[in-house]
Design a protein around this ligand. Sequence first.
Ligand code: GLU
Length: 449
Amino acid sequence: MNKEITEKIITRLPPSPTGLFHIGTARTALFNYLFTKQNNGKMLFRMEDTDKERSKKEFEDNITEGLNWLGIDYDGEITRQSERTDIYKKYLNKMIEDGFVYEAEESKEGDKKVIRFKNPNKEIVFQDLIRGEVKFDTSELGDFVIAKSLEEPLYHLTVVIDDFEGEVSHVIRGEDGISNTPRQILIQEAIGAERPVYAHLPLILAQDKSKMSKRFGAVSIDEYKNKGYLQDAIINYLALLGWSPQGEEEIFTLNELIEKFDIKKVHKGGAIFNIEKLNWINKEHIKLMSDDDFKIKVLEFIPEDIKNKIEENPELFNKILPIIKERIEKFEDIIEMTKEGDLNYYFEQPEYELEKVLWKDDNDLMVLKTRIEKSIELIESVGEFSAEKIKEAIWDYASDEGRGSVLWPIRYALSGKDKSPDPFILCEVLGKEEVIKRLNYVIEKIQKS
Ligand code: GLU
């Protein structure tokens, strides 16, 4: 009864537009997409918007835009269940005629009628690509409701009809859909639809193995996008939520995933969402970005005041880019960097207290002055102003004096920060003239003190 994977593969992506594009939906979309692409199949996209109260156009747009952003495309036009009422009605009438469904009171008290499915009360057995054989006794489901009226079909019915009419061969969806499967198989049998192959994906769980909820943190793709995660990284991370590749490698592009993904190797157990892992994967993908792409993305996140400074000094900005790349895991981290003042000092003389320039137990400002003067002299002598050459020029002197006593003051004079890149890199980025200016500023401060 089950189709084999050798036939034309048709999958479907049927989100309900009742909320923002969720990571779980994105993961389901991705697994469908990977499976479809690697089998030269077709993926249908439909909005399951029969719930008129909760379905919203803005959510539909959000889901569609999210898929586009991730680079997951589908075949053909998007369809909407809300526009297919007549089709469902035709099936309902036929089912009434054939005696599979009947009109009945919604409840004992009410006078409202609904359409119920006449449950044959039997055991349903289906093969799940991930879970193997699954058995259900449908008798506990009773005569379940499949439509509120001929014009108001409900989820189980619309799914089955759409999958049937779309000739869907594979239903790949979240584990929460597994308990719906027996009902849907009963309806398939009633309308004479062939049974698709099922694959139920493990749920995505929070660290404590609870269900992912708002409490857990960001659950919509938008939130990740806004935090400056790259689409490639999200795709890469989602692929690993419930599936593991063979071998050690974990960083993949979408095309590599299409090649490597194996639906039969998807895990049965819940997939735990691990933000550190996502951050790591994002950083790996940042490293793979071209310089130009990286720069464009940085500019998207950099605050306005720094942007103005960049416009005045684009060359300096180019030099800072590798430092930013080193520091961030996601582009939102740039905002944190600027809040901490970790970018400002590249563009302007930092202010600080003179005492801070002294290394640990050093306390003699006159000795400091001598060391700064000597450092200036050594830095003056550097020809090609690279971190390496600057280091060569200062290293011996610093080693003799005590490295901290020489290198810390340089670093502090240049950045005004306890934490910053090493002094040689700072020198190279700022350029000789600016470095000497900032070192002289320390001397001025000492003289004034
Ligand atoms: N509209 C359902 C959902 O968003 C899809 C279930 C299915 O794949 O059949 O959960």
